[in-house]
Write a protein that binds this ligand. Structure first.
Ligand code: SF4
Length: 490
């Protein structure tokens, strides 16, 4: 039975037994005989400073879909991360349709009385009000922790209200307390889309022979999509980008594609397996097209699937040649500079490969979690004889501050909301995820190099910040080993 036949999707940690949130050591130290990586799945910390609720990435995807409304069913604070993401949504719409469009999300704002008497009726009323006021194509009805605790039945309410309204209701089970792995959010969204917006499979499934589903992640901008579209077009293929910013009416097309290809393996397996099992769409889930060699591998896999291996190889060779020439100007400045990376599992490791290609040394990586999908990237780095500090942490800035003080990298790449520790230590920083900038493909490699060149040539801002701004931790913390609060339990 497919996971999508169930009402509620499983947690990521139940689906992938080796998923880990707490490791501190080196990339080579994580190796065990016969295993690329063997981290303790149940490892935890004696002290935790922040974490990531799956609602954060889930909101990022949901609020990007045009003609949809997100209805948060929960306490009024749930989903407020959408405020911070609205610029991204506006810019994403502007890049695709020429018009900036705000994310549209509302909340049932459950209060103490609702906790006692239940929130089902409030939810039903809210869905009907949204239909009357906004006439969307689809309404994501999202459960936060509160309804999960008091037992509101999202699916029953959706089934009861659905006949009265035109919009498709998509129940989304995203209670933050259920999973500490933000990757659960990807499964939860794919679960909602797959159960509600895909057509019923037919005996003879219609097929678009040259269309490939390119699975997008919230951290990819339109500029990245255009780069991938340019590359697959060279092979005579059409790209169907999915699911970020895709119109709900266009989703059935995913079931007709000739191939699905992932751009971030830890993001996509849940849905790719479903498309294969139900609609016979084969898939490739191996490389993230970040970095020169990685992009060529990604392209080569697609080429081989369609019997276009030689064409893909020739295209990659020509692109690499042109890019190598363009990168020559930057390399002397980058050579030997030590860099620390912080990001989601796959992006952090793939970007490390790209930075190696540009001439940097990897001083350390902090990945938000670990699962088996990372093994491919870890092996690539190890094959180069690389070893460096590796922290697996769902944020935990206290560990990062301690680590950065010891490592003293020349450069820090992290999320825009996660660069402050490094900047306050005087380390030049660069955002690793800004959907206005290119990161993906050959063009992304060049764009990142150009930005890093500028950053390293003028470090005045972080120099001053390092001189005058401090971090809040006591000296005694820096005397302790950065991972001393990790407890490993089987
Ligand atoms: S952890 Fe629960 S209460 Fe907090 S934002 Fe996430 S869903 Fe809402």
């Amino acid at each position: 039975m497919s996971y999508l036949d169930q009402r509620v999707p499983p947690k990521r940690e139940d689906r992938h037994a080796d998923t880990c949130l707490a490791y501190g050591g080196t990339i080579c130290g994580a190796q065990k005989p016969g295993r690329v990586c063997a981290l303790t799945a149940g490892a935890d910390r004696a002290f935790t400073q922040g974490s990531i609720c799956p609602l954060l990435p889930a909101m990022g995807i949901m609020s990007s879909l045009p003609d949809t409304v997100v209805l948060m069913h929960g306490a009024v604070g749930c989903g407020s991360c959408a405020h911070g993401n609205n610029g991204n949504v506006r810019a994403g719409h502007a890049a695709r349709s020429g018009q900036p469009v705000d994310a549209l999300w509302l909340s049932t704002a459950l209060n103490e009385i609702d906790v006692v008497s239940g929130g089902d009726e409030k939810l039903a009323r809210a869905i009907e009000e949204i239909e009357a006021a906004h006439h969307p194509k689809a309404i994501f009805v999202v459960s936060g922790c509160l309804p999960g605790i008091i037992g509101d039945d999202l699916d029953a309410v959706a089934a009861r209200v659905q006949p009265k309204i035109a919009a498709k209701i998509l129940p989304v089970h995203c209670e933050g307390f259920k999973s500490r792995f933000m990757a659960t959010a990807y499964d939860v969204i794919y679960h909602a889309l797959g159960r509600n917006l895909l057509p019923a499979p037919t005996k003879k499934q219609p097929r678009e022979k040259t269309t490939i589903n390119i699975m997008t992640v919230g951290s990819m901008g339109r500029v990245d999509e255009l780069e991938l579209e340019r590359l697959v077009k060279e092979l005579g293929l059409k790209a169907n980008f999915f699911p970020v910013f895709s119109d709900p009416d266009s989703l059935p097309r995913a079931a007709r594609a000739a191939l699905s290809v992932s751009t971030c393996p830890t993001h996509d397996d849940y849905f790719l397996i479903h498309l294969k099992e139900k609609y016979g769409v084969p898939y490739i889930i191996r490389h993230m097209p970040i970095g020169i060699a990685n992009t060529s591998r990604w392209l080569s896999d697609i080429g081989q699937h369609f019997g276009l291996g030689p064409q893909a190889a020739a295209l990659a060779q020509a692109e690499e040649k042109e890019l190598e020439k363009a990168l020559d100007d930057f390399r002397p400045l980058f050579q030997g500079k030590r860099v620390f990376l912080s990001a989601g599992e796959y992006r952090s490791l793939a970007t490390a490969s790209l930075l190696r290609e540009l001439g940097f040394e990897i001083a350390g990586i902090r990945s938000f979690h670990y699962d088996e999908f990372a093994d491919v990237e870890i092996e690539k780095l190890r094959r180069e004889g690389q070893d460096f500090s590796w922290s697996v942490a769902n944020v935990q800035p206290f560990e990062e501050a301690n680590l950065l003080k010891r490592i003293k990298p020349d450069l820090f790449l992290g999320h825009w909301h996660g660069n402050n520790n490094a900047a306050r230590l005087g380390i030049p920083t660069q955002v690793i995820y800004n959907t206005g900038f290119g990161y993906i493909g050959y063009r992304g490699a060049y764009d990142l190099a150009r930005r890093l060149d500028r950053k390293l040539k003028n470090t005045a801002f972080t120099d001053r910040l390092g001189r005058y701004a401090g971090l809040p931790y006591q000296k005694s913390w820096y005397r302790r080993e950065p991972f001393s609060l990790i407890r490993s339990r089987a």
